[in-house]
Design a protein around this ligand. Structure first.
Ligand SMILES: Nc1ncnc2c1ncn2[C@@H]1O[C@H](COP(=O)(O)OP(=O)(O)OP(=O)(O)O)[C@@H](O)[C@H]1O
Length: 826
C-alpha cells in the first residue's frame, strides 16, 4: 500500500488523529489505537519486536530510545532499522525535515515534542503533508510541473545494482537480507548521506528518481530525496518539482511506499490518538500538579508565614538570648566579683583563723604549762598538806604533852599561890613603904626634867647657837674629778681650797667650820650633828636649819634628799621630823605635843603659801606677813599668814611636803626654774602641854632651802633675771647681816631688811639655835662662786681665818697651811 493509501486506510480504520482527539474516546480508545499501531509497527518493523500489550509509556520509550522522528521514519522502511546511529544524527535529519516543511508552508512540530513524547503535532504534520501531496495529485500535471524531483542519478561503481550498505549484515535474516541485497554502493551513498545529512552536490535528483532500485531504499533517503527536490525546486523556482514528484509517483517505489506509509501514518495517527489521550492524562496530571502547586504555594505561603513568624520568634529568642547572655555576663562578672570577694574573705578568715589557731595553740600550750604547774603545785601542796598533817599530829601530840606539863605546872602554881598567900601580908607592907618612896621621887620628877632641859640647852649653847657646817658635793657623772678646787678637808672643820689661776701659797685659802662633810659623807652623817637640836625644839626652843650655796651645789639634796628618796637618802627635813615625832611619842606620858606645818616660798621678796588647800595660785603678794605678832596667834607663834596643817606622823609631813614641792614646781614652770631663784621655808610648830601642870611649851623649827647664792653680773643680767638676782642678793646679805649681828651679840639685829629674815626672826637670835650648811661645788670651774660662798660663811661665823695670823688661831692656821702645802706638794 502506498503512503497515501495507508494514510487513507488509517483514516478509515479510525486512526485519524483529529478524529481520535475530537472523539475524546479517552483511555480505552487510546489503548485500542495503540494496540493497532503496535501490530502495524511489528508488521512493518519486525526487529522492533514490541510486545502486543505494550503500554503507551513503553511505546513512547521505545520511540524515544533512539528516538527521533528520522530514526522512526527510517525504521518505518521495512528492514531499515539502523543500529548504532547517534541521536545527533537523527536530530539533524529532523531539523532539516522541519525546515523543509517550513519552506513548504506546512505546519511542523518541535523537536521537543518528540522528546517529550507528544505525538499530536507530529501526526498533524504528517497529515498535512499527506493532504499536500493528495491535493497536488488532484491538481494535475500542470501543478506538478511547479515541483521537480531532482534526485541524483546514482551510478554503481562496479556497474551492478548500485547501493550496498557497508555495515555487517551477517546477523540479518529475511526482509533484512532483501535489504542487503539492495546494492552495496547505493547503501554506502545513503549511509554517507544519512551521516552527513546531504545527498551530496554531485548526486542528481532526476537520476535518483528514475532509479528503479529505490523501492528498497531507506525512508530517510527518500525523504532526503524529497527534501533535495524541494530545495532545488524552491531555490531554482523550477517547475521540475512536479515532474520529479510525478516521476517519483510513477516510480513503483513511490507507489509501493505510499501503501506502506499509509499504514505507517495510520499507526502514527493511532499513536497520536494515544498521545492525545496521554496528553489528556498529562493535562489531568498537569491539573493535579497545578492543584498540588497551588497547594504547595499555599503551603509555601503558610510556610513563609511560619518562617516569618519563626524569624520573629527567632528575633525574640535572639533578643532574649542576648538579654540572657548579658544577664549571664553580668552574673558572671558579679559571680567573679563575688568569688573574688569570697576568696579574699576566705583568705582573711583563713588568716584570722590561722591567727586564732596560733593564739589558741599558744593558749593551749600556756594552759597545758599552767596545768602542769598547777599539777606540780597541787602535788606540792598535797605533799605540804601531808607534811602539815604530820606536823599537826606531832603538834597535837606535843601539845598534849604540854598540856600535861601545864597541868603539872598548874598544880605547882597552886602550891605556890598557897605558899604566897602565907607570906603576902609581909610583902604588901614592904611594897607600901617602897611606893611611898616613889611618890616622893615623882613629886621631884618635873623639877628634875626642867633642870635637865636647862642643862641640855646649856650644853647646846656651849656648842654654839650658830653652827656652820660645810658640805662638799661629790662630782656629778661626766665631771672630771681631777679638776677640783678642794685641796684639803681637815677633821676639825678645816677646808683648804686652791685657786687654779695662782701659784704657790697664795693659791690656797684655808677656811674653818664646825665641821666639813666631804663628798663621801652620807645623809645620816650630816644629820648626826643636827639631831640634838630636834630635842631642843621639843623642849621649847626655836631652831633654824638652812642650806646656803650656789645653784647645783646640793642644797636641796642636803635639806630634802634626792627625788623619790628611800629612807636612807632622806634629807635633814625628813629626818628631823621623824625624830621629832619619835621623841614626842617617847614623852607622851608626861607631855602632849601638837605639831603644825607651814610651807612658804619667798620669791622676789614676796611670800607664797605652798600648802594652800583651795588649789588657787593667787598672785603675789598674797601673804600678809605678821612679823613678831606672837600674841596675835591662837597658839602664840609668829607665823606668816599661811595655812597651818596639823600633822601626827612623819607620813603626814611627807604628804604635805609633796604638795608643797608640787606647787613650787608649778610655779617654776611659770617663772623659769624658780626653784633656784626662790627660798623655800618649811616651818614646824610644836606645842607641848605638860600633862601634870598643863604648862605649855612652844618650839619652832625652820627648815630652809635658800635660793642659789651665785652672783649675777649686772652687765650680763637684765629684766626679770636681774630683778631676781637683786632680790636674792639682798635677802641673802640681810640674812648674813642678821646672823653676823647675832654672832657679834650686837644690840641691834636688822631682821626687817628682808622678808627672809622677818620670817626666820623667831629662829634667829635669842635662845634660838641656827645651823647653816654651806654647800660647795668641788669643780674648779666654780672656784670664784666657792670663794664667795666661803666668805659669806666666814662672815656668818664671825671668824676670818684667812686673815687671823696674829692670834693663836692664826698661828694654828699658818701651821695648818704649811702642812697643807707639804701635803699638796707631796
Ligand atoms: N651629797 C651628794 N651626793 C650625791 N649627789 C648630790 C649630793 N649633793 C648634790 N647632789 C646632786 O647634785 C645635783 C644638784 O643638787 P641640788 O639640786 O640639791 O642642788 P641645789 O643647790 O639645791 O640646786 P638649786 O639651787 O638649783 O635648787 C643633784 O642632782 C643632786 O642629786
Amino acid at each position: 500500500m502506498d503512503l497515501q493509501a495507508q494514510l487513507h486506510s488509517g483514516e478509515n480504520r479510525g486512526l485519524n488523529i483529529d478524529h481520535q482527539v475530537s472523539r475524546g474516546d479517552g483511555a480505552e480508545g487510546l489503548r485500542g489505537m495503540l494496540k493497532g499501531l503496535i501490530e502495524w509497527l511489528n508488521e512493518q518493523l519486525p526487529n522492533l519486536n514490541l510486545p502486543a500489550e505494550t503500554s503507551l509509556e513503553t511505546f513512547r520509550a521505545c520511540l524515544l530510545g533512539g528516538p527521533t522522528l528520522g530514526h522512526l521514519l527510517n525504521s518505518l522502511s521495512p528492514g531499515a532499522v539502523e543500529m548504532g546511529v547517534r541521536s545527533e544524527y537523527h536530530l539533524a535529519i529532523v531539523e532539516r525535515f522541519l525546515s523543509t516543511l517550513d519552506k513548504m508552508g506546512l505546519p511542523g512540530f518541535e523537536v521537543s515534542d518528540l522528546e517529550q513524547g507528544s505525538m499530536v503535532k507530529v501526526l498533524e504534520c504528517l497529515h498535512e503533508l499527506k493532504s499536500y501531496f493528495t491535493s497536488d495529485v488532484d491538481r494535475g500535471p500542470a501543478h506538478n510541473r511547479e515541483r521537480s524531483w531532482n534526485l541524483p542519478q546514482m551510478e554503481s561503481t562496479d556497474g551492478s545494482d548500485s547501493f550496498q550498505a557497508d555495515e555487517p549484515q551477517s546477523t540479518k535474516f529475511g526482509p533484512e537480507k532483501r535489504r542487503n541485497s539492495w546494492g552495496s554502493k547505493f547503501q554506502t551513498v545513503l549511509h554517507n548521506t544519512a551521516l552527513s545529512g546531504n545527498l551530496g552536490p554531485d548526486v542528481k535528483i532526476s537520476d535518483l528518481v528514475k532509479w528503479n532500485s529505490l523501492d528498497k531504499a531507506p525512508t530517510q533517503l527518500l525523504f532526503s530525496m524529497i527534501e533535495r527536490v524541494m530545495d532545488e525546486s524552491f531555490e531554482r523556482k523550477s517547475a521540475d518539482l512536479f515532474l520529479h514528484l510525478a516521476c517519483l509517483q510513477q516510480n513503483s517505489l513511490y507507489k509501493s511506499r505510499e501503501g506502506k506509509y499509509q499504514s505507517r501514518v495510520k499507526a502514527l495517527e493511532t499513536l497520536a490518538v494515544g498521545a492525545s489521550e496521554e496528553s489528556e492524562v498529562a493535562v489531568n496530571h498537569l491539573w493535579q500538579i497545578k492543584t498540588e502547586k497551588i497547594k504547595l504555594e499555599e503551603k509555601k505561603e503558610h510556610d513563609e508565614q511560619n518562617v516569618l513568624r519563626l524569624i520573629g520568634e527567632k528575633d525574640e529568642r535572639d533578643a532574649e538570648i542576648g538579654a540572657l547572655r548579658q544577664e549571664l555576663e553580668a552574673a558572671k562578672i558579679s559571680y567573679g566579683k563575688h568569688c573574688l570577694r569570697l576568696e579574699s574573705q576566705a583568705k582573711d578568715t583563713k588568716a584570722e583563723l590561722g591567727k586564732k589557731i596560733k593564739d589558741l595553740e599558744c593558749l593551749l600550750a600556756l594552759s597545758t604549762k599552767k596545768m602542769r604547774e598547777f599539777e606540780e603545785i597541787s602535788e606540792y601542796e598535797i605533799q605540804k598538806l601531808k607534811n602539815r598533817e604530820l606536823r599537826y599530829h606531832c603538834f597535837v601530840d606535843s601539845h598534849f604533852g604540854f598540856l600535861q606539863e601545864l597541868r603539872e605546872d598548874l598544880d605547882s602554881v597552886r602550891r605556890e599561890v598557897l605558899k604566897t598567900r602565907e607570906w603576902y601580908p609581909v610583902e604588901f607592907q614592904h611594897l607600901g613603904m617602897k611606893l611611898k618612896e616613889l611618890l616622893d621621887a615623882a613629886e621631884n620628877y618635873h623639877v628634875v626634867l626642867a633642870e635637865n632641859r636647862k642643862l641640855y640647852n646649856e650644853v647646846q649653847d656651849l656648842k654654839g647657837n650658830i653652827r656652820v657646817y660645810c658640805r662638799i658635793r661629790p662630782f656629778l657623772p661626766g665631771q672630771n674629778e681631777k679638776h677640783t678646787a678642794i685641796e684639803y678637808i681637815g677633821e676639825n672643820g678645816e677646808l683648804v681650797v686652791v685657786n687654779p689661776l695662782k701659784q704657790g701659797k697664795d693659791s690656797r685659802r684655808l677656811f674653818k667650820f664646825n665641821k666639813v662633810f666631804g663628798p663621801t659623807a652620807n645623809q645620816e652623817d650630816v644629820f648626826k650633828d643636827t639631831q640634838p637640836l630636834i630635842q631642843s625644839v621639843l623642849d621649847g626652843y626655836n631652831v633654824c636649819i638652812f642650806a646656803y650655796g650656789q645653784t647645783g651645789s646640793g642644797k636641796t639634796y642636803t635639806m630634802t634628799g634626792p627625788d623619790m628618796a628611800l629612807e636612807k637618802d632622806w634629807g635633814v627635813n625628813y629626818r628631823a621630823l621623824h625624830d621629832l615625832f619619835q621623841i614626842s611619842q617617847s614623852r607622851r606620858s608626861s607631855i602632849l605635843y601638837e605639831v603644825g606645818l607651814q610651807m612658804v616660798e619667798i620669791y622676789n621678796e614676796q611670800v607664797r603659801d605652798l600648802l594652800t588647800s583651795d588649789g588657787s595660785q593667787k598672785k603675789y603678794p598674797f601673804l600678809r606677813f605678821l612679823g613678831s605678832t606672837y600674841h596675835n596667834q591662837p597658839n602664840g607663834l609668829a607665823v606668816p599668814d599661811a595655812s597651818m596643817h596639823h600633822v601626827n606622823s612623819t607620813y603626814d609631813v611627807l604628804e604635805l611636803m609633796k604638795v608643797g614641792f608640787m606647787n613650787r614646781a608649778i610655779g617654776a614652770t611659770a617663772l623659769n626654774e624658780r626653784s633656784s631663784r626662790s627660798h623655800s621655808i618649811l616651818t614646824v610648830h610644836v606645842r607641848g602641854t605638860d600633862l601634870k601642870n598643863d604648862s605649855v611649851l612652844r618650839g619652832c623649827l625652820h627648815l630652809v632651802d635658800l635660793a642659789g647664792s651665785e652672783r649675777v653680773d649686772r652687765s650680763e643680767a637684765a629684766g626679770d633675771r636681774l630683778r631676781e638676782a637683786q632680790h636674792i642678793n639682798k635677802s641673802l646679805s640681810a640674812l648674813g647681816d642678821v646672823i653676823f649681828a647675832l654672832a657679834q651679840k650686837n644690840s641691834h639685829v636688822p631682821y626687817r631688811n628682808s622678808k627672809l629674815t622677818q620670817v626666820l626672826q623667831s629662829s634667829l637670835g635669842g635662845q634660838a639655835k641656827t645651823i647653816m650648811f654651806v654647800q660647795l661645788n668641788p669643780d674648779v670651774e666654780s672656784y670664784s662662786e666657792t670663794i664667795s660662798t666661803l666668805k659669806f660663811a666666814e662672815r656668818v661665823s664671825g671668824v676670818e681665818l684667812g686673815a687671823a695670823h696674829s692670834n693663836k688661831e692664826g698661828r694654828d692656821v699658818r701651821e695648818l697651811m704649811d702642812q697643807v702645802h707639804i701635803y699638796g706638794a707631796s
